[in-house]
Design a binder for this molecule. Structure first.
Ligand code: MN
Length: 257
């Protein structure tokens, strides 16, 4: 019985080869469940493990200098979903429709973005992630799509996290088009904010029919950074391979070093 683990390790194709890439995964911390606690949806972990990536969780930290320490030791960064970014960070007064923010998380993740760019570490951003990426690089956000974008589709469908609820048009030739092998997708959608004014250096490479930004990318070849507004981590078991393709492309990029 005690030999099972040893047998599994011996059978692993990775034994004696390059270790799997390690990704720093942003998480939140709050007291919604009693004591102040670090929290992350396990779907992110599962999607990364299936792609052959080892996740390490990074909660909001008190020292922004920690970002360099993390980024220089990790192979890449995954920014996850969560709270609305603090509007003063992109120079706007808070609207009443804006949800609660977590400033410690915002500042930790902005420092991670800037460190990832400095050290050329691949960055994948999901939901709040592309919003945070855009703000970190100087862009702004719609604080609330229903009250700020006339005629917008419903973008917040939390009751079924794995349902494809709206179409997305992908820019041919873009990084995301190569990753999903398609220019027309249908995605899940669990957000009420989105990218407004784009930060310098970024490009919009996918939108929904109402014009809401669904994917942004760093344009130059010096940094692999991509953010999708939907939740590919919830679509691991989907018959369509689009969302697994996003994690696979990220993992491939991480292995290239
Ligand atoms: Mn959407």
């Amino acid at each position: 019985m005690s030999s099972t683990l040893a047998q599994n390790v011996a059978a692993s194709p990775r034994r004696g080869t390059t270790p799997a890439p390690v990704v720093a995964v942003s998480a939140t911390a709050d007291d919604s469940a009693g004591p102040h606690r670090v929290r992350l949806n396990s779907a992110y972990i599962r999607a990364l493990e299936i792609a052959g990536v080892v996740p390490i969780i990074v909660p909001p930290l008190s020292d922004e200098d920690a970002a360099d320490a993390i980024v220089t030791r990790a192979d890449g960064i995954l920014l996850t979903g969560g709270e609305d970014v603090e509007p003063s960070l992109y120079g706007q007064p808070r609207r009443k429709e804006c949800g609660p923010s977590n400033l410690a998380r915002d500042t930790t993740e902005i420092a991670l973005v800037l460190a990832a760019q400095r050290h050329n570490r691949p960055l994948l951003a999901i939901c709040r992630g592309p919003q945070l990426l855009n703000v970190a690089l100087g862009g702004t956000l719609f604080q609330d799509i229903p009250s700020e974008v006339p005629g917008a589709l419903p973008h917040n469908a939390p009751d079924d996290r794995a349902s494809r609820v709206h179409p997305v048009k992908v820019e041919p030739g873009s990084r995301i088009a190569h990753v999903v092998h398609a220019t027309s997708l249908s995605v899940n959608s669990l957000h009420h904010q989105s990218v407004k004014d784009l930060a310098p250096g970024l490009e919009i490479t996918a939108t929904s029919p109402d014009g809401v930004v669904e994917c942004i990318e760093w344009t130059a070849d010096d940094w692999w950074a991509m953010g999708v507004q939907w939740h590919p981590e919830e679509m691991t078991d989907s018959p369509e391979s689009w969302d697994r393709g996003i994690f696979k492309a990220f993992a491939d990029r991480l292995r290239e070093g």
